[in-house]
Design a binder for this molecule. Structure first.
Ligand code: PLP
Length: 439
């Protein structure tokens, strides 16, 4: 089993996050990746145009489906994750929706973890059923040996988060991947909270990885972006996925014969099908400027995630010893139900997100949130700045009471995303807020 100590390519992780996917000599020797702020690209001549459209020559046509700055981001994250293909999109939600539509278009079921980002859950309930795609929340996601029984004939994929938002539940991705593969279906992992620095889903058997790059990947709270990556190992041409055996006019060869995505793009048919169908026609293109910001954010990924993991663990320890705290959830905390998975799979730390149960009245809980001075009170996670939020009343407020119970999000849950500030200042801020709340 690979981890960050065994990089998928020659250079190690910390070298790749500042160098992969970009060669200065291909860009007038510019050291920092330029922002290609252009819609279109001149054709050299009529033959060049025909070759680009006929996929006989690689190159850029129109920024909705490809742009050199966006390519730098795609290639960099692809290298960090050891993937065969990557596509950057305008948001994490676009990454999730294009992925699930590309898998289950025409109808089918997705088996998911109950521990998911609120926006994912809301969309699964409200939008996908209108496209014939339904979701089953697995009872046994934490006991994968029993998971097989929950896969139905029309289940097309398993979808989980590596570190769940807001609960920081860790799952045995290796075992879940085995179950998926026994049934001929892919495992999709939302690796947003972990980022490639903390966890490599493909090395643990995932077929597709999705990111909200809005969060820790970029890490500065100034960009909405998403990515989809593909391992290149999943066999898509089966009767479960007829769309991958479909021949397309847009993929015709020089003699006019129609071809399938796996024929034309054997290394990354899933990603290219997203690019040529979903990105091309549904259009959630990432802007070159936002791609540039994400590339710059990635350059400090390791230092940020390491410090956030440190700050989060120390805050978790402080909260554990504090009166008026009912429980603390953080995988690296001794006594956490996920501590053994954390020790096995997360050599670089458990990330910046933790949650705790506030023991007190609703009024006192609100006073606590209104009293923090250094912590921001807002949505988002993975920012350089620390933030605190009452998830059940905000990010997960659209869930009904029974859904919150299944997702294990009690009403008194407060989520923290540790930033890069001085730890002593953060703890002092929490302490003064507790004192203000508990008067
Ligand atoms: C924020 C988030 C998303 C959605 O990403 P956007 O970039 O806001 O669209 C998806 N999954 C997880 C785990 C998230 O935290």
């Amino acid at each position: 089993m690979a981890n960050q100590a065994e990089p998928p390519t020659a250079y190690r992780f910390d070298t790749q996050r500042v160098r992969a996917g970009y060669e200065p000599k291909d860009h007038n020797y510019a050291v920092s990746p330029p922002i290609y702020q252009t819609v279109s690209y001149d054709f050299r001549d009529v033959e060049n145009a025909a070759n680009l459209f006929g996929l006989r020559e690689a190159g850029y046509l129109y920024t909705r489906i490809g742009n050199p700055t966006v390519t730098t981001l795609e290639e960099r994250v692809k290298t960090l994750d050891g993937a065969a293909g990557a596509i950057a999109l305008a948001s994490g939600m676009a990454a999730i929706s294009y992925t699930l539509l590309n898998i289950a278009e025409g109808g089918g079921r997705i088996l998911t973890s109950p521990y998911l980002y609120g926006g994912s859950k809301d969309s699964f309930k409200k939008i996908y059923p209108k496209f014939g795609i339904r979701f089953d929340y697995a009872q046994n996601i934490e006991s994968p040996e029993k998971l097989s029984a929950e896969i139905r004939p029309d289940t097309k994929a398993i979808f989980v988060e590596s570190i769940s938002n807001p609960n920081t539940v860790l799952l045995d991705i290796d075992l879940i991947a085995e179950v998926a593969h026994e049934h001929g279906i892919p495992l999709v992992v939302d690796n947003t909270v972990a980022t490639p620095y903390l966890y490599n889903p493909i090395a643990h058997g995932a077929d597709i990885v999705v990111y909200s790059a809005t969060k820790g990947l970029n890490g500065h709270g100034n960009v909405i972006a998403g990515l989809v990556l593909e391992s290149g190992k999943f066999h898509w041409q089966s009767e479960k996925f007829p769309q991958f055996s479909e021949k397309y006019y847009t993929l015709r060869d020089i003699n006019g014969s129609l071809r399938t995505f796996p024929e034309v793009f054997p290394d990354a048919p899933f990603i290219q099908r997203i690019r040529f169908n979903y990105l091309n026609y549904f259009g959630a293109a990432l802007s070159p400027f936002d791609a540039y910001l994400a590339v710059i954010g990635l350059e400090t990924l390791s230092e940020r995630l390491a410090k956030q993991s440190y700050n989060a663990l120390k805050i978790a320890e402080y909260l554990s010893s504090r009166k008026a705290v009912e429980w603390v959830r953080y995988p690296a905390l001794k006594g956490s139900p996920h501590y053994s998975l954390y020790e096995r799979d997360y050599p670089n730390g458990a990330g910046g997100i933790l949650s705790f149960g506030f023991q007190g009245t609703q009024e006192q809980r609100e006073k606590l949130l209104n009293s923090v001075k250094l912590f921001h009170y807002h949505l988002n996670i993975g920012d350089a700045r620390s933030l605190i939020v009452n998830s059940p009343q905000t990010t997960h407020s659209e869930l009904e009471a029974d859904e919150k119970a299944i997702a294990d999000i009690p009403e008194n849950l407060i989520r923290i995303s540790a930033g890069l500030e001085d730890l002593a200042d953060l703890i002092a801020d929490l302490e003064q807020a507790f004192q203000a709340a508990l008067i």
